[in-house]
Write a protein that binds this ligand. Sequence first.
Ligand SMILES: Cc1ncc(COP(=O)(O)O)c(CNc2cccc(C(=O)O)c2)c1O
Length: 459
Amino acid sequence: QNQQRTTEQWRQLDAAHHLHPFTDTQSLNQQGARVMTRSEGIYLWDSEGNKIIDGMAGLWCVNIGYGRKELSDVAKSQMDELPFYNTFFKTTHPAVVELSHLLAQVTPAGYEHVFYTNSGSEAVDTMIRMVRHYWDVQGKKDKKTLIGRWNGYHGSTIGGSSLGGMKYMHEQGDLPIPGMAHVEQPWWYKYGKDLSPDEFGVEAARWVEEKILEIGPEKVAAFVGEPIQGAGGVIIPPATYWPEVERICRKYDVLLVADEVICGFGRTGEWFGFEHFGFRPDIFTTAKGLSSGYLPIGAVFVGERVAQGLIAGGDFNHGFTYSGHPVASAVARVNIELLRDEGIIDRVKNETGPYMQKRWRETFSQFEHVDDVRGVGLIQAFTLVKDKSKRELFPEFGDVGLMCRDIFFSNNLIMRACGDHIVSAPPLVISKAEIDEMLGVAARCMETFERKLKDSGLV
Ligand SMILES: Cc1ncc(COP(=O)(O)O)c(CNc2cccc(C(=O)O)c2)c1O
């Protein structure tokens, strides 16, 4: 259906008209974008006919894998029947009702209410407004500040990027907005010093208590965190971290929010990351795996306490034209039904996740400049380090990460460099054979990388 063009023609038109996200447009246009034309399972094909292993499931989102006709079929039939209607002004429609009913079944008990958005960022901004409105309705109008983590990622809207802890995003456009605070991330490898991971987990959670006391509990509305920090480098907190954070939030009556945009819908082997780590958020935000990226949709799940507060609180003046969009809702419903009925999440937990974690460690631990090889379910990473024996990172954090990522990419394997962390989050349908194929390519790339590293004089 797209007009057939040469790669060069697509690149030229793209360079002439298309501004890409998170991109230095000038440098991209010098080298030209890679044109992805079609996909199937865990594979992509580009306009030059290269078959590519998508070790990142797009952007951590294509949980169901590419090419599921059940989703395109339901999109067409819903679009033919009711392509759009809004959920403002006392109207609803079957597609969003059925999705909401299904989501109440796949979430643990106590999360019966869901608000829809078009993205994870909008889900985060919705949460920010909900949290502040909730405390207003409770008569605690000073309880406004939200605490996040440095290097946390909560999207690109003004609210999401303020709550996020990416300093380069704050510097761009005079952020954060008022009422945002940050604590250090629970990254044992860098901050753990001589503490054991379990000791460090409690220590890192105490940073939250210190921040609450510094601001004043009567001013702190919520603590917000990704169960595993994704774009911040797949920072997996020690098991002691989240239960301690939950205890602290309850102690000071601070709402606990999980940002499940990456961890949600099976990524860790549980439906949600908070189930893996054993805590219960008051609210959690989702997007990505909700529709497996086939159509844009996000959702905010509201626990009983906040839901009752909002429902009793009169007009909640917030929402989007496409909140609960019929076609996105129908696609999300079928996506969730497939994840559930095909037992995909159980397989991640009991079969392909453990296999990936075993093979991932076997493949990468052998390399001289790789350390902190880690992962849960089907989200995994390692860190490129200057000297393993001293847990010494490279001084210009990020340069070698890009070098490594480019070697994978030119060998038709997509992994992601977050600083000097190399991370992967493939579609949840990846088979054991495909895991072996992916890691076979990766191992050869790492041999090339270590040769290049030695030639670079960086080590
Ligand atoms: C935890 C979390 N919260 C919110 C968002 C924002 O979602 P939207 O993008 O749909 O507004 C995200 C998104 N995460 C994200 C998005 C784009 C790129 C990368 C990367 O790691 O390269 C990560 C995320 O990972």
